[in-house]
Design a protein around this ligand. Structure first.
Ligand SMILES: Nc1ncnc2c1ncn2[C@@H]1O[C@H](COP(=O)(O)OP(=O)(O)OP(=O)(O)O)[C@@H](O)[C@H]1O
Length: 315
């Protein structure tokens, strides 16, 4: 693999787990992955797909069985320290913070480890505590923090030295909606500044809102890789577009059976949902035929959640 690669690159990255020296489970199966500067890539996948094992190898917590991974051109095994310095990470859990130190002392400690000093460190720590809404808890020991507060402090620690690469394992797990929204803004702006960001998530809305590219992992390798819009449009070609109609006065669902390209029709708590082959054509027909009864109408391709469910369907 060329060592000049910026961001994250893996080639044929593999991790096997052997239990009782008998059975071997392949958690990550010859994975090829690239995250370029300025890209935010989300890894999605069912439980056990290999997401956490991948980020644990990238952050040096787990040795690969085979293959290679580089962070900013540094091999994560052979040049582990340089790779670790180029990468901020938040992998959840309780490790990575000192519970008896305050939030500010934790950031000061990690800042010193990253070679930061004096006013620059103080300013950066204060700025990040503000971004993760922990300024008013800055001088309290981390042992008194809730799970969500620790998660936010993990993120601040990961961003402290403005590393070129950021890796986050389920960053919104345990966050309330306001904290999750600020986390997303912070992470997205970090990518927009030219950093490479890789995150794992089970939150489809989050993946859709944040990602330059989505990687769907299945059984340890990449099943599909595309932008959220490409995935949704691809699914629409297969499963159709969804047209949602709210009626004015009396329900006219029964008159929709002649809608061109109609694949399926459902009524759900006052909303009629038509699944159609061509969204634009269906909207034109609905407005021409039933426009007077329709104050509200929307058309959309399947959501990322529907794409995910259909792609990971257990047959
Ligand atoms: N330390 C371990 N020993 C044995 N098997 C493991 C170990 N860690 C992970 N595995 C197995 O590797 C596979 C991938 O696990 P991994 O934690 O990477 O999945 P994941 O995609 O992160 O899942 P989740 O969404 O549940 O977090 C699973 O089958 C898991 O049981």
């Amino acid at each position: 693999m060329p060592t000049s690669v910026s961001g994250i690159a893996t080639r044929q990255l593999r991790r096997e787990f052997t239990s009782n020296d008998v059975s071997t489970r392949v958690a990550v199966d010859d994975l090829d992955l690239i995250v370029r500067p300025g890209e935010l890539v989300s890894i999605l996948g069912s439980n056990g797909a290999g997401k956490t094992t991948t980020v644990r190898m990238l952050t040096g917590l787990l040795l690969p069985t085979a293959g290679e991974a580089v962070i900013e051109g540094y091999d994560v095994v052979r040049e582990r320290r340089k790779a670790a310095l180029a990468c901020g990470s938040s992998l959840g859990g309780d490790s990575g913070l000192y519970p008896r130190l305050t939030a500010l002392q934790n950031l000061a400690f990690f800042g010193l480890m990253y070679g930061m000093r004096g006013q620059a460190l103080k300013r950066r720590a204060a700025e990040l505590l503000d971004h993760v809404n922990l300024t008013d808890r800055a001088d309290e020991p981390v042992s008194t923090f809730s799970r969500g507060m620790r998660q936010r402090l993990h993120l601040a620690r990961a961003l402290l030295h403005k590393p070129p690469v950021l890796i986050l394992d389920e960053p919104s797990a345990g966050l309330d909606p306001h904290s999750a929204a600020s986390m997303r803004r912070l992470v997205r702006s970090f990518a927009d500044e030219g950093h490479s960001v890789l995150l794992t998530t089970h939150d489809m809305r989050e993946a859709e809102e944040l990602s330059s590219r989505v990687v769907l992992m299945k059984d340890g390798s990449v099943h599909t890789e595309a932008t959220p819009a490409e995935l949704r449009l691809g699914a629409a070609r297969q499963h159709g577009f969804v047209v949602e109609v709210i009626w004015n006065g009396s329900d006219s669902t029964g008159n929709c059976s002649n809608c061109p390209g109609l694949m399926d029709i459902k009524q759900d708590r006052g909303v009629t949902r038509l699944r159609v082959r061509d969204g634009g054509m269906a909207v034109q027909w609905l407005l021409a035929e039933l426009g007077a009864q329709i104050p509200s109408l929307s058309v959309s391709p399947p959501t990322l959640e529907e794409v995910f469910l259909s792609m990971t369907e257990v047959r």
